[in-house]
Design a protein around this ligand. Structure first.
Ligand SMILES: NC(=O)c1ccc[n+]([C@@H]2O[C@H](COP(=O)([O-])OP(=O)(O)OC[C@H]3O[C@@H](n4cnc5c(N)ncnc54)[C@H](O)[C@@H]3O)[C@@H](O)[C@H]2O)c1
Length: 371
């Protein structure tokens, strides 16, 4: 059993669809103690608090609570910047769902604010901590497939309006397939092969409005403010070139999520919106020249959302860098903006930020441990 000094008191702001995954995931990590939750809609916060055995508070009360050291921001993208700013200004560490903010300048300001206050800022996704991507990281770092020179990333679907109870925000500024789904793919790629140097892309949309079919919003017309199909080429500082397509305009397709091509072989990376496998690898010198499924060498193959928060909590206690960092999310945000910027200008966009790769998780970790 951990003592209170090995634990970080946590509050959650935003008690919508994704919040239960955080309440559930946090149970894996003794370092996290969720004390309270809040939402613009007080009844929503009350219901989540009752379901999860914590206190429902109003937002100001949660931010003023001295027992809470870290606040998780699970509001909608348009609210991320203001809510994270309030969290930091209240003197608490902030961890936000993706995207870090909508506007890049707001994200950069948050990093400066956090640093000036000696606080950490972190951001989802944390799926790259999972057994699937960490096993791929071990393969890449071992050199078994040589140097990664190219690859593909495909996220092709028909959009969230058939299943999400509140799908409107996915088609407003801060939504769309790039801002909603590319964080998983880009974060996984930066974790595997390092930061991105240049982006060249074209973007478009198939519809000016969409019709919700989820039971909660059946028939509601959703205006489409953002592009819903983006096709780009990413050049990494390592020299690798990745073809990336993110779309809410595709009803059926058969590409695998991420493939990496190295000088000695290839890797099929699993869906970066999940924690598990399968991971497949083909080594060019093997006589059979077949894809072979690889045993996952790391823990966390189940849905463990909140592992990025737990890692940040351990980073606070152990005074070490956290992996799902604001700097990494800010880089991903700059790359996401570059898709539309490149399409509109007809130019290749240079990316200014250049974070390092997050440290790989150590081998042989027990469930619930990060160090
Ligand atoms: N739903 C998913 O499957 C999923 C998966 C991964 C990540 N996310 C991300 O999680 C975030 C939330 O998504 P969701 O699906 O839970 O949305 P949601 O609409 O279901 O919930 C958002 C909640 O935030 C509250 N809220 C909005 N503005 C607020 C503010 N200023 N202060 C306090 N509360 C506020 C709303 O009242 C609502 O209860 C988004 O950034 C989304 O990209 C969602």
């Amino acid at each position: 059993m951990s003592s209170p000094k090995d634990r970080i008191g946590v509050g959650i702001i935003g008690c919508g669809k994704i919040s239960q995954a955080y309440f559930d995931g946090a149970k894996t990590f003794e370092v996290l103690k969720i004390l309270a939750c809040a939402d613009l809609n007080e009844a929503t916060a009350q219901a989540k608090a009752e379901e999860n055995g914590c206190e429902a508070m109003n937002i100001a009360g949660l931010l003023a609570n001295p027992a809470i050291q870290l606040v998780i921001n699970l509001t909608i993208p348009a609210a991320h910047a203001a809510v994270s700013r309030d969290i930091l200004k209240a003197g608490k560490h902030a961890y936000c769902e993706k995207p870090l903010t909508v506007q890049l300048e707001d994200a950069q300001d948050l990093l400066v604010l956090a640093k000036s206050k000696g606080l950490l800022i972190g951001c989802a996704p944390d799926t790259f901590f999972g057994a699937g991507i960490q096993t791929c990281r071990e393969i890449v770092d071992s050199g078994e497939v040589g140097t990664i020179t190219s690859g593909t990333a495909f996220m092709l679907c028909a959009g969230p309006e058939s299943w999400h109870p509140n799908p409107g925000f996915y088609y407003l500024l801060g939504g769309g397939p790039v801002f909603d789904m590319a964080p998983y793919y880009l974060t996984a790629l930066v974790n595997l092969i390092g930061p991105i140097k240049r982006v060249c892309a074209m973007t478009t949309k198939a519809h000016e409005s969409r019709i919700a079919s989820s039971p909660e919003r059946e028939g509601e017309v959703l205006p489409v403010e953002v592009n819903t199909h983006a096709s780009g080429t990413l050049e990494f500082h390592s020299g690798a070139i990745i073809t990336a397509v993110f779309s809410f305009d595709v009803h059926a397709a058969e590409h695998s999520p991420i493939q990496l091509y190295g000088t000695q072989g290839s890797i099929k990376v699993p869906d970066p919106n999940t924690f598990g496998g399968p991971v497949e690898r083909l080594i060019a010198k093997d006589e059979a020249r077949e894809w072979k499924e690889v045993e996952l060498t790391r823990p966390y193959s189940e849905n463990t959302r909140s592992i990025g928060v737990a890692d940040m909590a351990r980073a606070i206690l152990n005074k070490r860098p956290h992996r799902a960092s604001g700097a990494l999310a800010c880089h991903v945000l700059e790359v996401m903006h570059a898709f539309d910027q490149s399409s509109e200008s007809g130019r290749t966009i240079e990316i200014e930020s250049q974070p390092g790769r997050p440290a790989a998780l150590p081998a042989g970790l027990a469930q619930g441990k990060l160090d």
